[in-house]
Design a protein around this ligand. Sequence first.
Ligand SMILES: NC(=O)c1ccc[n+]([C@@H]2O[C@H](COP(=O)([O-])OP(=O)(O)OC[C@H]3O[C@@H](n4cnc5c(N)ncnc54)[C@H](OP(=O)(O)O)[C@@H]3O)[C@@H](O)[C@H]2O)c1
Length: 253
Amino acid sequence: MAEPRPATLITGASAGLGAEFARQCAARGDELVLVARRRDRLEALAAALGNAHAVEADLTQRDAAARILAEASARGLWVRVLINNAGFGLVGRFEALPLARQLEMIELNVRALTALSHSVLADMRTRRSGAILNVASTAAFQPGPGFAVYFATKAFVLSFSEALHQELKGSGIRVSALCPGPTATEFGAVAGMTSQRFAKVSADAASVVRAGLLGLERDKAVIVPGALNKLTAQGGRLLPRAAMRRIVARLKL
Ligand SMILES: NC(=O)c1ccc[n+]([C@@H]2O[C@H](COP(=O)([O-])OP(=O)(O)OC[C@H]3O[C@@H](n4cnc5c(N)ncnc54)[C@H](OP(=O)(O)O)[C@@H]3O)[C@@H](O)[C@H]2O)c1
């Protein structure tokens, strides 16, 4: 049997940052596995990039990680780079937002990311090679009144990724958390943001993805793209937590 080929698996590749990860990883020659629910978009992107496989999956489904990896393996691939990018947020008071959607967010942003990370590590360990880039957010650095569950999921992603980064030191496997600030994608529309402010301060997806891939290459535990975002991320350390809570609560997103 032929030796499996290394691949880069990108979740949430049908839009925004994920589609941009796909473009930049394809440009450096990676063979790609593109995952999301909108198959038509994935197939169009895979066809445009070449050397890419579209795998339709709803990552809130419990068996999604196992099914995706089985599909990659059936195509003769092993996952050398995992980019856990799929995620969404919801703006609004916790009790006013539907519970089912918020639990779905936890399934996607937290459970699926954890399951995929666990599933790819066995192969990476055997080969003493691999990398995982988890997309967190600057939301990870403080609580988010008015965006409570989303901020909490991203705090999980940051904490989890930093811990893995440390656990895997010297193993040949790199793990980084990418913490973007506002970025021009479909995120704002999906989250139900109505204010124009988010769009006005948004970075472009290409620069965020470039920073993420470079940071992973350099084995940085935490990558915060952009000077203003770096400052925001530091805010949690410089200001008392109560002040941070009040500031976030006043932001009209
Ligand atoms: N944009 C920002 O301002 C910003 C800032 C910080 C962090 N982030 C993070 O960046 C990551 C990418 O978001 P984005 O800004 O690129 O948003 P986006 O344009 O809305 O893209 C989200 C991607 O996630 C996929 N997705 C959503 N639900 C899914 C599910 N159940 N199963 C599989 N895939 C699913 C979507 O594909 P389908 O709908 O086709 O499934 C889409 O490809 C997220 O983790 C987000 O939290 C974004």
